[in-house]
Design a protein around this ligand. Structure first.
Ligand code: SF4
Length: 180
């Protein structure tokens, strides 16, 4: 007997031979299952990301095997590792070079809050320089936790408005970071 299970169909109007849904839901599903992550890995959490991409955990099962090392061709910034204050402007520039729609994941304690490095030189969380959508706890988080964070991002992508960029709430968030 096959282990393959079918997932529930997305909400829509079903009937014999047809399925109707709204355009924003269809686009949300397409976006969520074809993310192009940009791994911004500076230290040990990056090793967990390598495990997440490798065959045992295999992020490509979620449609995200195509990593992008150019911000212009990425829609998910995954920040993994300790970010020094010197690196802050670089990270911000990478974020600014990404086109909308874009999402950000802070992977691990260092990216989320500075982790154990409460020192003069370490950024106490990347949300000091760019907005973050999902935080993954752990030092380091296991690949399961990274995958869970990724699935939270997928959920956001599926349910957010297609025009998030023009929503007042999002614009206010960007404005609070001095981003137009
Ligand atoms: S959270 Fe822990 S494992 Fe991850 S980069 Fe920081 S020190 Fe390394």
């Amino acid at each position: 007997m096959s282990d393959i299970q079918l997932v529930d169909a997305p909400a829509g109007v079903e009937g014999a031979g047809f399925f109707a849904t709204s355009l924003d839901k269809a686009i949300g599903i397409a976006r969520a299952n074809s993310m192009w992550p940009l791994p911004f890995a500076t230290s040990c959490c990056g090793i967990e990301f390598m495990a997440t991409m490798a065959s045992h955990y295999d992020l490509s099962r979620f449609g995200a095997e195509r990593l992008s090392f150019s911000p212009r061709q990425a829609d998910l910034l995954m920040v993994m590792g300790t970010i020094s204050k010197k690196m802050g402007p670089v990270l911000r520039q990478v974020y600014l070079q990404m086109a909308e729609p874009r999402w950000v994941m802070a992977v691990g304690a260092c990216a989320s809050s500075g982790g154990i490095f409460d020192t003069y030189s370490v950024l106490q969380g990347i949300d000091e320089v760019i907005p973050v959508d999902v935080y993954v706890p752990g030092c380091p988080p296991r690949p399961e936790a990274i995958i869970d964070g990724f699935m939270q991002i997928q959920q956001l992508v599926k349910t957010e408005s297609l025009r998030r960029r023009s929503e007042p709430k999002y614009q206010k968030l960007l404005a609070s970071y001095g981003i137009q």
